[in-house]
Design a binder for this molecule. Structure first.
Ligand SMILES: Nc1ncnc2c1ncn2[C@@H]1O[C@H](COP(=O)(O)OP(=O)(O)OP(=O)(O)O)[C@@H](O)[C@H]1O
Length: 259
């Protein structure tokens, strides 16, 4: 049995007939946090959604916390045109089972249900913990005091930053063993961004491992142990935090001197 919390072997995936990433292997040790850095549109998000079972993997295996997450074998081919793939082919992975195992993908805040209140959204999140102990409401209120004040507000009246906080709070209440954060501070004002970065740092300091995509090298450095460079659907480099160069040098590693 693997000693890793997450052990990904030869994972490939994409949308319908378009392959986005191929043959990715990744091992994350217990207690380790990693960052993924790379250009927009090269497949980082698609890779993470496949890890958490939101998209069906084409090939490869995902082991989490000692448990195989996917069915063995390659993805089946579509049987009929114009048919929903999921309806006619058994998926290789069940996203609910992945969440129950504690691999929690924090979705972008704009994907929350707009008509639910903050409190309603968070109460649903606790059911995802399936009896395991997630963060309590007072604990997430201590991390994000704004959510206490906004408890009875509908999601659609919240700012982008507040939605992002709800999404992260929901992830914590779902009892994560590993938290996936995909550009959690994208497009936020500097003040709200700082609040979220501080919260993520506090969560990290409590020992929860995180997989973080972010474009801010200084922020990544505070959170992660290991950085992976992602380029054209593959990992093109790996370095320990201590070896991480500055933003400009990383960009040159990805795009060459011209950048
Ligand atoms: N639902 C979808 N159906 C088909 N193609 C998609 C879908 N979602 C994304 N793509 C395509 O997959 C490719 C990879 O996108 P992805 O979002 O994974 O990249 P990324 O590296 O995370 O970039 P970004 O940082 O901009 O989100 C892009 O070309 C994108 O247009």
């Amino acid at each position: 049995m693997s000693d890793y919390i997450l052990d990904v072997r030869g994972l490939s995936g994409g949308y319908d007939t378009t392959q986005i990433f191929s043959d990715i292997s990744l091992q994350i040790a217990e207690g380790e946090s990693i960052g993924i850095f790379g250009p927009n549109g090269h497949g980082k998000t698609t890779f993470l959604k496949t890890l958490s079972g939101l998209i069906d993997p084409w090939a490869g295996d995902i082991f989490f916390s000692g448990q195989r997450m996917n069915r063995e074998g390659e993805r089946g081919s579509r049987r009929w045109r114009n048919f929903n793939y999921d309806a006619v082919t058994r998926r290789r992975i069940d996203p609910k089972a992945v969440a129950r195992a504690g691999l929690i993908h924090v979705q972008q805040g704009n994907l929350l249900f707009p008509e639910l209140t903050v409190d309603e959204t968070l109460s649903i999140a606790t059911t995802a913990a399936h009896g395991r102990k997630g963060w309590s409401l007072p604990e997430v209120h201590a991390l994000f005091p704004r959510l206490h004040e906004r408890g009875s507000h509908k999601i659609r009246f919240l700012s982008g930053g507040e939605r992002q906080m709800v999404s992260m709070a929901a992830g914590l209440m779902a009892a994560p063993k590993l938290l996936i954060l995909d550009e959690p501070t994208l497009g936020l004002s500097p003040k709200v961004r700082q609040e979220l970065c501080d919260a993520i740092l506090s969560v990290r300091k409590l020992g929860l491992p995180i997989v973080l995509i972010d474009q801010d090298v200084a922020f990544l450095e505070q959170i992660i142990d290991t950085l992976y460079l992602f380029d054209h659907g593959r990992f093109s480099g790996r370095m320990e935090k201590e070896e991480m160069p500055d933003h400009q040098t990383l960009m040159e590693m990805l795009f060459g001197e011209a950048h």
